[in-house]
Design a protein around this ligand. Sequence first.
Ligand code: DX5
Ligand code: ZN
Length: 217
Amino acid sequence: MIKIAPSLLSADFANMGEATSRLSDWGSDMVHFDVMDGTFVPAITFGPAMCKAIRAYTKLPIDVHIMVEHPETYIEQFKDAGADYLTFHVEADRHAHRTLQAIRKAGMKAGIALNPATPVEMVEYVLSICDLVLVMSVNPGAGGQSFIKEVLPKVEKLKALREKNGYNYEIEMDGGINEATSKLAAASGADILVSGNAVFKADDPKEMIAKMHLAKK
Ligand code: DX5
Ligand code: ZN
């Protein structure tokens, strides 16, 4: 079954512990944690200290997505904060191979993210050392944006490359995922779907996650 990772970006920032503790009751598979630095993207959200604080409220894996410049600077801090996955943007790092290696060495799963305009070829030569590849289906920086369907062929390409070369990464899609677009992402081959607004603003988040789980036939 496809994994669903609700994004705390859409939770009530004044009650993050409570929001985090509800995620497993809703049937979530992971907690998606969006870090923005005000430079790589205009917004500023939260960092390792908040990650450490919410760690106490869930046993689910914490999937940290850092939309920051100089991602290599934060590896130890997120490890110490209890992150399970650490995903950075290839556009923010001239030395992506080294950063992926360092994340693994620190004991986390190493992920690399692609903005909508960034081609798969940008990461082709580091795929053998990726545990996760994140295909952005909105421009990073805010929740509640519309799904960019033109990026779907990147998911198909990543799936084909994984099969051809025997790679092991999971393929994650993030941005504008709702009940309808979850089906498109799943059909293209995504393994993990991030969802902020569609889950947190749903009348019944548990039911919404259950529907998204069924996206993969
Ligand atoms: C966007 C973040 C996403 C965002 C998704 O920069 O990386 O994780 O929270 O939110 P929705 O599902 O509302 O598009
Ligand atoms: Zn994200």
